[in-house]
Write a protein that binds this ligand. Structure first.
Ligand SMILES: Cc1cc2nc3c(=O)[nH]c(=O)nc-3n(C[C@H](O)[C@H](O)[C@H](O)COP(=O)(O)O)c2cc1C
Ligand code: SF4
Length: 697
């Protein structure tokens, strides 16, 4: 299709100092759990973004010195010349598609615990190492340290240019860099020319910009990433005060400004807490105080919103991290008029869990993310079919929908049977809960794609039996029937049923999602620890009930630390008046009282409850696989060569894991059985180590 002329403005080139971006799409820095440890995987992922039309593709944070070692987190690394070849892989991959490569040079200051390098952390003034409970402190930097830091940054910029980068960042964002720590009153208690007034606190940032311009400014654009507001009131930088003054002071020094809010949890807010474009109120002033191009972020997936940002003079370029992860081809799809094919980010922050768990990035919407090199998966291309198989996929939840989509795109004949009248399974049910409506995009994107495939037939309201499967005539059967929440309380804290949980006043999340009504006082028992317990507690509180959330963990929704929303989740519950009891297990329920036990001491207490919602674990729905297992001979006689369970009906997990399972089966079902590792690995390359360094002591 032809591009809608309304979007032409997004494809106008823009000059960034000595370089020119071919359009207005800027993939801002994002870490990915591959970084310097898996440079081939990293480069391939960035290359795909460039192929998808982003004019600028950035690295993640890149450490410039061993005293900025954020291990065990895996970021980029540019400590010395030996780090250049790994980064060169990325710039080559990006340049191959006509995009510019940007690098974010970072000294993390007191956020670097230096667990690998064992260097002492650095800060403007003595302070604890933050961001963890590491029992160490950073030392306050003296003038020599400041001179050394400026030298490291300059040398890193020179190395970055040698690695082929076109845009070099000075980073003062997220409360995560020395340049920002010097700016912040609470971090900087110095009394010399680097402390006190804002002019003094901004001195180092000015010097870093000037040093970088001087070192590489003839060939490379110098960008500044700056958090104009920390959303912590007077204790932090605010956009109407120092945030504005910094840009007014330094506005013309760099070639472009990339502005956002801090800290990371405020910047990458999930859809549960912030809508598309949520940063505009903080950053909209920037263009009025600098003539340089301005980039900003806000989970932009709608081309209309993007155009509006540019036309209204808020931004010059559309910055995106998550939208580029969910759909690396977003710019090209807009360029080609394929708006309906955009795989919109759902704002779930599963992508952040890769970094937080030090493993390769993953994405709910885009199962190929992080698999570009190791599995050779491309987000837009699939291999053609390898035979004449026909498929019956049973269950149109996230796994079944994705499996049918990829099988269909490979050219197989696919029948997709769904018991309900609406597709989507758990995605549809959960997206009706407060704050989760954007999650329906997982279903909507796939449904839209399936509608285009004439070789895929969808049967709604079709609860299939084992006999019907045998009669259907497909050669391969895929079971994607999902899972249901257990009633008996078994999960992590309880490996045996909780006495009294067989009462009718104990409800499961499925009961609530199917319309069952809870009564006050209601206790939500969360031994699942992801989002659902807190979401249901908030929903019940919104209905006016007296709600207590009890969890054996030491905080609400403990696993959401990895989606960087835990603080917000707990704050929301407390603000709404949900009572929170942590570190307590449930020993029993007599219909009126819950018997609680401290997870540390075992000390018991009692809590009044008329109703309990048990958010514990799930049981796979295996009725069909159980029914088919003893009928192998009949299956063979019917010409069925495989029956495979995927997603939650095999082992319940995240929606991201279900989509991945569907995608993987559709790509790999025809692989020969093998014990070999099913993906390429990046192993230590000893050949690069000089002989004299290889001799053990
Ligand atoms: C997985 C992930 C990793 C990120 N890593 C970085 C990083 O290394 N450096 C940085 O400046 N910002 C990082 N960010 C923040 C993004 O650059 C961006 O500012 C933020 O996500 C808001 O933009 P979005 O709504 O387009 O995602 C990261 C964001 C995500 C989602
Ligand atoms: S994981 Fe979720 S938030 Fe992250 S890019 Fe994918 S859909 Fe968006």
């Amino acid at each position: 299709m032809a591009r809608d002329p309304r979007y032409d403005i997004l494809f106008e080139p823009i000059r960034l100092g000595p370089v020119t971006a071919k359009n207005r799409f800027f993939q801002v820095p994002h870490c990915n759990g591959m970084g310097h440890v898996k440079p081939l995987g990293h480069a391939a992922m960035r290359g795909v973004k460039a192929e998808g039309g982003w004019a600028v593709v950035s690295t993640e944070e890149v450490e410039i010195h061993p005293s900025s070692d954020v291990s065990p987190y895996i970021e980029g690394r540019l400590w010395d010349d030996r780090d250049i070849p790994a980064l060169r892989l990325m710039t080559d991959a990006v340049h191959a598609h006509g995009a510019l490569a940007a690098i974010e040079l970072v000294h993390a200051g007191t956020h670097a615990a230096n667990l690998y390098s064992r260097d002492v952390a650095l800060a403007p003034s003595p302070i604890c190492v933050v961001g963890s409970y590491t029992p160490a402190q950073a030392r306050g930097m003296n003038k020599n340290d400041i001179r050394a830091y400026r030298r490291w940054h300059r040398n890193a910029a020179l190395r970055a240019r040698r690695a082929g980068f076109d845009i070099i960042y000075v980073y003062a964002g997220h409360d995560l860099s020395l340049a920002m720590h010097f700016l912040q009153k609470r971090h900087n208690q110095r009394s010399d020319e680097y402390g006190g007034s804002l002019v003094n606190r901004a001195r180092l940032m000015r010097e870093l910009i000037e040093d970088t311009k001087d070192a590489v400014g003839a060939d490379c654009a110098v960008a500044v990433r700056f958090a104009v507001d920390e959303l912590r009131g007077e204790d932090g930088i605010q956009c109407h005060e120092e945030g504005r003054e910094v840009i007014a002071m330094l506005g013309e020094l760099p070639d472009l400004w990339d502005v956002n809010v801090s800290d990371w949890s405020n910047d990458s807010q999930p859809s549960r807490f912030a809508a598309e474009g949520y940063q505009e109120q903080f950053i909209s002033f920037v263009k009025s105080v600098t003539s340089k191009p301005v980039i900003g972020v806000g989970r932009f997936t709608s081309p209309d919103t993007m155009v509006s940002q540019i036309r209204r003079g808020v931004l010059d370029m559309i910055g995106a991290a998550r939208p580029s992860i969910a759909d690396p081809f977003l710019p090209n799809k807009i360029a080609n008029g394929d708006i309906d094919d955009i795989r919109e980010c759902i704002g779930c922050n599963i992508c952040i869990t890769g970094d937080m768990t030090c493993t390769p990035i993953r994405c709910t919407q885009n199962p190929t993310m992080g698999e570009e090199w190791r599995k050779g998966w491309h987000p837009e291309r699939v291999p053609p079919r390898s035979g004449n198989d026909s498929f019956l996929v049973i269950g149109a939840g996230p796994a079944g929908l994705e499996c049918a989509r990829i099988l269909g795109q490979r050219g197989y004949a696919v029948s997709l049977a769904e018991a309900e009248s609406v597709l989507g399974g758990r995605v549809t049910r959960e997206s009706r809960l407060p704050g989760l409506s954007a999650w329906a995009r997982v279903r909507d994107y796939r449904q839209q794609q399936l509608n285009k495939l004439s070789n895929v037939e969808i049967f709604r309201t079709s609860r299939v039996t084992a006999d019907e499967i045998l009669e259907f005539g497909a050669t391969r059967v895929v079971l994607a029937t999902g899972a249901h929440w257990r009633r008996d309380g078994i999960a992590r804290a309880n490996l045996r049923p909780i006495p009294g949980f067989d009462r009718p006043t104990v409800l499961t999340p499925d009961d609530l999602m199917n319309g069952a009504l809870a009564v006050s006082p209601v206790v939500v028992f969360d031994d699942d620890h992801f989002y659902l317990g807190a979401v249901l507690a908030a929903q019940l509180r919104g209905q006016g009930l007296d709600v207590t959330l009890v969890t054996p963990a030491d905080r609400v929704s403990a696993w959401t630390v990895h989606t960087i929303e835990q603080y917000r989740v707990q704050k929301e519950l407390l603000s709404q008046g949900v009572a929170v009891i942590t570190s307590r297990n449930i020993r029993g329920f007599d219909g009126q009282h819950l018997q609680l036990a401290c997870t540390y001491t075992g000390r018991e207490s009692s809590l009044t409850a008329a109703c309990v919602v048990s958010v514990t674990s799930r049981l796979p729905d295996t009725a069909l696989s159980d029914a088919l297992e003893p009928r192998a001979a009949e299956l063979a006689a019917a010409g069925i060569v495989s029956v495979t369970s995927i997603g939650d009906c095999l082992a319940p997990s995240t929606i991201a894991a279900a989509v991945y399972a569907g995608h993987r089966h559709a790509r790999e079902f025809d692989w020969p059985e093998s014990d070999a590792v099913g993906f390429r690995r990046e192993l230590p390359h000893l050949a690069d180590v000089p002989l004299e360094e290889r001799i053990p002591l």
